[in-house]
Design a protein around this ligand. Structure first.
Ligand code: NAD
Length: 361
């Protein structure tokens, strides 16, 4: 395990992407968003993704420094094409359009198609909440067919995340942000690399047996070798039985089909699709009731007596805020093989050994 101060990690990841053809601004943005995923405890969506982003860049599946195209543009609606730019570039551009429209119309919706990986969807809810807006996101990940629907064993869904952000005055927003699979694929990746083990029943074998063995998703793999989810014969289970499986279907239909991104089917060029709704609560909350009622209700919710083995009842966004504070102070822990894979990606783009060694010194 190595532990790296987060600013140093952002600088290093930014250096890799700059060498790989991104402008300094884009390279820093990718570094900041990936490291934020690690800071919030979502290592599955953090710097572990550097090698795969590099592969996508080399194959032309993702293109540096793209500007989104507006295909439909009305006062409250935008249909946006991400043109296969990095999600960390076209994602914030799309969200900024939604925010601007919502601020003038009170309610707005956007769709985004053909986006590179937009990472942790909570980033986009936090961006809207920082402007005082409620946001709801339905996302799919076309090209990444990984999840079996409830009652099935064959893969039919992506990990299709769903996310809601609710701003609060003078407090961090409430951010509910999860994959509709029992675990995000990145968590299978982390487990396959010796990180946190998968929860019971996270994966399902072709015969319907539940399992926690990452080889079901990747096929047999070497400890240091690549992971290819097209090689495994099993699938990730949808979370929450028929309810989670139904929500995943809705994410595919709204994030994938409605956006023009395409719902997940056969393996293809990766792209995230998103349908997002933004609402300005001040336009609805004519009695100035909302924020005080959130405070009252959250206190009531959290005052539920904790179950055995649980320290306290938390609200969505709280675990991330705690981990962020701890890791900003003490650094970002990375398993040795994750670090080795990032260092190899750095060497591939010509970063000197001395510079790589300095990061963990
Ligand atoms: P997860 O299972 O860790 O759930 C996270 C959510 O649950 C958060 O809202 C968190 O605040 C809340 N939470 C966690 N523990 C809690 C507790 N004890 N009490 C109350 N609330 C709690 O998340 P996940 O499903 O592994 O997803 C991880 C990340 O992966 C998300 O950020 C998601 O957006 C991202 N993702 C992205 C894609 C993509 O294609 N871009 C695909 C899938 C997932």
């Amino acid at each position: 395990m190595v532990t790296i101060p987060y600013q140093k990690l952002i600088d290093f990841v930014a250096a890799i992407f700059q060498r790989a053809g991104s402008s300094p601004a884009e390279a820093r943005r990718i570094g900041s968003y990936l490291v934020t995923a690690n800071l919030t405890g979502h290592d599955s969506h953090g710097v572990i993704r550097v090698p795969v982003y590099m592969r996508w860049k080399t194959s032309g599946d993702v293109v540096p420094d793209r500007t989104v195209k507006l295909l439909v543009d009305t006062p409250s609606l935008a249909v946006i094409d991400g043109c296969f730019g990095y999600g960390q570039t076209v994602g914030p551009q799309a969200v900024a359009i939604g925010i601007e429209k919502c601020k003038s119309a009170g309610l707005a919706a956007i769709t985004l198609r053909n986006s590179g990986h937009i990472g942790r969807i909570g980033d986009w809810a936090e961006m809207a909440a920082a402007e005082g807006l409620v946001s709801i996101h339905f996302v799919n990940a076309a090209g990444s067919i990984l999840v079996a629907p409830f009652g099935g064993v064959d893969r039919r869904l992506s990990t299709a995340p769903y996310c809601v952000g609710i701003p609060r005055q003078g407090q961090p927003p409430i951010v509910l942000d999860f994959a509709t699979s029992l675990v995000a694929e990145g968590k299978v990746l982390v487990a396959s690399r010796g990180g946190k083990k998968l929860p019971a029943g996270a994966l399902i074998a072709p015969d319907g047996t539940l399992s926690e063995d990452p080889a079901l998703l990747y096929g047999p793999f070497e400890a240091e070798g690549p992971r290819d989810h097209s090689k495994g014969r099993g699938a990730i289970s949808a979370f929450g039985e028929h309810k989670g499986s139904g929500l995943a279907l809705v994410c595919e239909l709204l994030g994938g089909a409605l956006s023009g991104n395409g719902a997940t089917s056969a393996p293809r060029r990766f792209s995230n699709g998103m349908f997002a709704i933004y609402l300005d609560p001040e336009r609805v909350d004519i009695d100035n009731f909302f924020d005080g009622e959130i405070t009252r209700y959250v206190d009531y919710f959290k005052a539920s007596r904790p179950a055995a083995g649980v320290e306290s009842v938390l609200i969505p966004g709280e675990p991330e805020a705690r981990t962020r504070a701890e890791r900003m102070a003490n650094g970002v822990p990375l398993p040795d093989d994750t670090w080795a894979a990032i260092a190899a990606a750095a060497r591939d783009v010509g970063i000197a050994e001395a510079e790589i060694v300095r990061v963990t010194a």
